[in-house]
Design a protein around this ligand. Structure first.
Ligand SMILES: C[S@@+](CC[C@H](N)C(=O)[O-])C[C@H]1O[C@@H](n2cnc3c(N)ncnc32)[C@H](O)[C@@H]1O
Length: 245
């Protein structure tokens, strides 16, 4: 692994194109609305800011955004976009990095909490966030609900993409809450592949991490439009609050 983590030059150079669906306005806008409402007149901290998919439109709305990011290659792509130079970014690990000042909201979207591959690091992330929040500030996490109900007993793999030019499957290590996402894509008639390790995490476990960091659950939904979170939800959007006192 390079010093840029798994989002090195090769991944960064095609990130926006490969994830084009998640850059669609109907995906981005509700997330930006949701986070902007929590930011109010305060500052927002994005953990794993990447190429600025959420940070740039949030900044356009007048919210002061600061990012933490491990990958210089991803930040270079952010910098190359209009407004990208105006966003402050701290290069480092969001479980431990320190940023000056305090924030009314911190957010961690698209499963990026799972990029921390140990429970210890995920707990450290919650503790790091609470240190950066002002009293009454909120932490927002968007993460998939682990797909284990769809994994037959004894099996370890679940496909998440199947098309003529793309294949993807998640390989589960249930004993260790490990997950490796294997991606294969056809580029110029050649198959390329990359794999990224994750630690999947349960909604109740996230609540406990928040509690250990001194925060309480404020709301949870199954999408940015505030659809209820139910037993059938595939995704969780949770908001925890630091006490106001
Ligand atoms: C899936 S991308 C999401 C980027 C962006 N938030 C978005 O919504 O498009 C995950 C990003 O988090 C960064 N990242 C992963 N683990 C990190 C860590 N421990 N500290 C800082 N950045 C990290 C990766 O380099 C990558 O840019």
């Amino acid at each position: 692994m390079s010093s840029d983590g798994y989002f090195d030059e090769t991944i960064a150079s095609t990130y926006d194109e490969y994830s084009a669906g998640s850059f669609a306005p109907d995906v981005v806008q509700p997330a930006v609305d949701f986070i902007a409402a929590l930011a109010g007149s305060g500052r927002a901290l994005e953990l794993g800011i990447g190429t600025g998919r959420i940070a740039l439109p949030l900044a356009e709305r007048g919210v002061a955004v600061h990012g933490i990011e491990l990958s210089n290659a991803m930040v270079e792509r952010l910098r190359a976009k209009p407004g990208g130079d105006d966003i402050e970014v701290t290069i480092g690990d969001f479980a431990t990095a320190t940023v000056d000042g305090s924030f009314s909201v911190a957010y961690l979207v698209v499963n990026t909490i799972m990029n921390l591959t140990t429970q210890e690091a995920q707990v450290a992330c919650f503790r790091n966030v609470v240190r950066h929040l002002e009293p009454g500030g909120c932490f927002v996490v968007e993460v998939s609900v682990p797909d284990l109900q769809r994994l037959p007993p004894g099996e370890t793999a679940r496909p998440f993409t199947i098309s003529e030019s793309r294949l993807g499957f998640d390989e589960y290590d249930v004993a260790n809450q490990g997950l490796i996402s294997h991606h294969f894509r056809l580029v110029d008639d050649q198959w390329e592949n990359f794999s990224i390790p994750f630690r999947y995490v349960w909604p109740s476990e996230l609540d406990l991490m928040a509690q250990m960091a001194g925060m309480t659950l404020r709301e949870r939904w199954s999408d940015w439009n505030r659809e209820p979170f139910t037993s059938n939800s595939r995704k969780l959007i949770a908001v925890w609050e630091k006490p106001a006192g």
